[in-house]
Design a protein around this ligand. Structure first.
Ligand code: SAH
Length: 397
């Protein structure tokens, strides 16, 4: 096995069990040039072993650590053990958190499996392999999943651009068992959702918002709800089921709104209370403002605006704009649930942006609760990048 010796001073983060080593930290190699995803031994500049990692020859993140310290091996048994630990962690969540048949079973770096996501949707597992290391061990990972979590089928959704940075092709298809149908029905907090696991966003559904959908639904009874960036209905379905007076779903994607409409029906909800506006939220909300429309509950759950650090300021303007509009549309006493799923957006900056929006909207706003991704998407404390979803639940006076 090739040994990679880090430059002086580049061992600190590894000693704190951060799994990423950037190309700039690599000193020299002892051995042959490792192949994509091959396991390497990592040492500090004085030869002390820091652990084993996976080599990513084309990525800025050149090594992702599998183990820390001396010893250990990366083989089929290693993956079985890590996956078993991830499943045990999900099984140990309080039962009220598990009243669903759709959840994240393996959350990549945060479960000690950098680059591997496994989401369960009913009787199907959907996997994403986003790094060279897990891609190389795909067969062993699929075998471990089949053994530890028997299911009807395992399907791959490795159609993410990040794979290109790893020098990997975009790949989708059946890994084991049956191919999932076009629509898999899942259950979450008493709601049913149809999920397109083969073509939907991410692995099909925003599982990370599960708890937040339930929290927001708690405020929905009797209210007029604006569900902006609705995707397949998520927050709006939960709100309508909780007794909302009306729901206005807004999304750019006609296909997503079609699924949202089907989800209203699937839950036996009154179709007359649900409206669907296909369009750009920035424009639709301006039109609502100009038409003096108002709501009691506004959900803003935009896609990731910050793709890289250089985009932060432009993204900040986008967040400010929608929050300003959202706040203006709220009636007195109304609730705003506003989110950023950009890992590169610091929580403090996001709060400042919403505060600035409140100032500009001339609304006094109380923060009721800070929101995060659901605990099946837990982040490891040694990997702060794992926290990406931030939300503020606010009440306007
Ligand atoms: N809240 C949803 C997830 C939202 S994902 C849930 O709980 O399931 C973000 C959505 O925003 C996607 O459906 C995408 O189509 C939509 N979107 C992205 N940019 C948009 C824009 N400018 N206007 C309207 N919708 C947009």
């Amino acid at each position: 096995m090739t040994t990679i010796i880090l430059k002086q001073g580049r061992d600190h983060t590894v000693l704190r069990h951060h799994p990423w080593i950037f190309s700039g930290g690599i000193g020299r190699k002892d051995g042959t040039e490792p192949a994509s995803g091959e396991t390497v031994t990592v040492q500090d500049c004085e030869g002390a072993v820091l652990g084993l990692g996976a080599w990513s020859p084309t990525s800025q993140i050149r090594i992702r650590m599998w183990t820390f310290g001396e010893g250990g091996a990366v083989d089929g048994a290693f993956f079985e053990e890590r996956i078993a630990a991830a499943l045990a962690a999900r099984a140990a969540l309080p039962s009220n958190r598990l009243e669903t048949d759709a959840l994240r079973l393996v959350n990549a770096e945060s479960d000690g499996l950098p680059g591997l996501v496994v989401d369960r949707y009913g009787d199907f597992l959907i996997c994403q392999f986003t790094a060279a290391g897990v891609d190389r061990w795909k067969d062993e990972i699929v075998a471990a999943l089949q053994k530890l979590h028997p299911c009807q089928g395992i399907y791959e959704r490795s159609d993410l651009d990040v794979r290109e940075r790893e020098g990997l092709q975009l790949t989708v298809g059946v890994l084991a068992g049956d191919e999932p149908p076009a629509c898999v029905e899942i259950h979450e907090n008493g709601c049913k959702y149809g999920v397109d696991v083969k073509q939907g966003h991410k692995t099909g559904f925003y599982l990370d918002q599960r708890d937040n959908r339930a929290i927001v639904a708690g405020f929905a009874a009797g209210r007029d709800v604006l569900n902006a960036f609705s995707y397949t209905g998520g927050f709006g379905i939960a709100a309508q089921r909780a007794g909302a007076a009306s729901i206005m779903h807004v999304d750019l994607s006609a296909a997503s709104l079609e699924l949202a409409r089907a989800n209203v029906e699937r839950n036996g909800l009154d179709a007359a209370k649900a409206e669907f506006a296909e369009g750009n939220v920035f424009e639709v909300l301006r039109k609502f403002r100009d038409a003096r429309r108002s709501f009691d509950l506004v959900v803003l759950d935009p896609p990731k605006f910050v793709e890289s650090k250089g985009h932060l300021m432009a993204a900040a303007r986008g967040y400010k704009d929608i929050n300003l509009l959202g706040l203006k549309l709220l009636r007195p006493g109304g609730i705003l649930a506003t989110f950023s799923c950009s890992g590169l957006m610091p929580a403090e900056l996001f709060q400042k942006i919403v505060t600035d929006a409140a100032c500009d909207a001339r609304r006094d706003v109380q923060l009721l609760q800070r929101l995060e991704q659901a605990p099946d998407h837990a982040e490891s404390l040694s990997f702060p990048e794992g926290l990406y979803l931030k939300g503020l639940l606010c009440r306007v006076k």
